[in-house]
Design a protein around this ligand. Structure first.
Ligand code: ADP
Length: 326
């Protein structure tokens, strides 16, 4: 029998569309299974500042279609210190919370792992990030919506790029991961993606230009993953201006619009499944694991593995992008 009676739920770090669908699923599954639920506002910060309220099924009505997170999210420096975590633990104890579901990215799950170890608290992680960069799951909540947003934006930029015969660098979010840039390029028919995963292996810009990427094209669109390694779209444009001045270069940085919007059906379903699975995991006495999905099956990955291992990018997709852009 599980010892869980009262689950605290929070969203932390970067927000992602579909987090609300996950909050709804966690809340409703917990209540269905006879557990109490407490909503913790502003991520780890809300544990320290005591922003914790009881959640009923009505608290999560009419939110499945909303982007962002009704619980708000934050980055919390105090939680990086043992003293801050001690305060957080005392406050959640006062509220009767005996287990946590943390929805967030890599940093949030790192915090969860440390907190769980220090206080012997069962915590289940739910991967919520548009970057898709967590090991132990094929997809993260928010990734599909962001990918569709990128595709729509690139479609629009293509209209103007074609009219002017320009080379466009479009910067895509991803925090050192190229999943959004690579798959965004495939989905929008872009000519190439420049991603950090292979940056040190090949000079992707030189490769692109030497391979005559404009042979049969009026315009070219290249998606560049934001990263210090790639220098982003601005870094690429600077290089082209110096090394290949014959090109008329333009830069667009998509920025925070990639985080917004109503989640796609795929993200809502993923978030619902993962949220419900987090309560199943607690009821099975699982602890300190991240919920993931692989081959359409729910799986559990220990925090230590989910955080430490790099999720590999499929290099066949890069080759395919090159083939399809001739
Ligand atoms: P994301 O979850 O989107 O990767 P961050 O990396 O900003 O976002 O992390 C979110 C929060 O998780 C941080 O503000 C901090 O409160 C907590 N956190 C991250 N790393 C640690 C750590 N090493 N120890 C304790 N808490 C951490």
């Amino acid at each position: 029998m599980s010892k869980t009676k009262c689950v605290g739920i929070l969203t932390s770090g970067g927000d992602a569309p579909g987090m609300n669908a996950a909050i709804r699923a966690v809340t409703r599954s917990a209540i269905y299974n006879g557990l109490e639920v407490k909503g913790i506002y502003r991520g780890y910060k809300g544990m320290i500042t005591d922003e914790i309220v009881p959640f009923k099924t009505s608290n999560v009505s009419n939110i499945i279609q909303q982007g962002g997170t009704i619980l708000k999210t934050a980055r919390c420096k105090e939680f990086m210190d043992p003293a801050g975590r001690q305060t957080a633990y005392e406050i959640i104890q006062k509220h009767g919370i005996d287990s946590l579901v943390v929805i967030g990215g890599d940093g949030s799950l790192t915090g969860a792992r440390i907190f769980a170890q220090e206080f012997n608290l069962p915590i289940i992680g739910v991967p919520g990030t548009i970057d898709n960069d967590l090991y132990g799951t094929d997809r993260t909540i928010g990734y599909d919506t962001a990918l569709n947003t990128v595709m729509d934006a690139v479609d629009k930029i293509r209209d103007t790029a074609t009219s002017h015969e320009r080379l466009f660098f479009i910067e895509i979010m991803g925090r050192d991961a190229g999943f959004l840039a690579l798959n965004g390029a495939i989905a929008s028919g872009a000519e190439a993606a420049i991603i950090p995963e292979i940056f040190t292996e090949v000079d992707q810009l030189e490769d692109l230009i030497k391979n005559g990427f404009r042979k049969s094209k009026n315009s070219s669109i290249v998606l560049v993953a934001e990263s210090e390694i790639t220098g982003g779209a601005m870094g690429m444009a600077e290089r082209v201006k110096k090394e290949y001045p014959e090109y008329d270069v333009r830069v667009t940085i998509l920025g925070h619009l990639q985080r917004g919007g109503s989640p796609t059906a795929s993200d809502r379903i993923l978030a619902s499944r993962m949220g419900a699975a987090s309560i199943d995991a607690l009821l099975e006495d699982q602890r300190n694991v991240m919920i993931g999905i692989q081959n359409d099956q729910i799986i559990y990955t220990p925090f230590s593995k989910a955080i430490k291992n790099d999720k590999p990018i499929d290099r066949n997709l890069l080759n395919m992008l090159r083939v399809l852009s001739i």
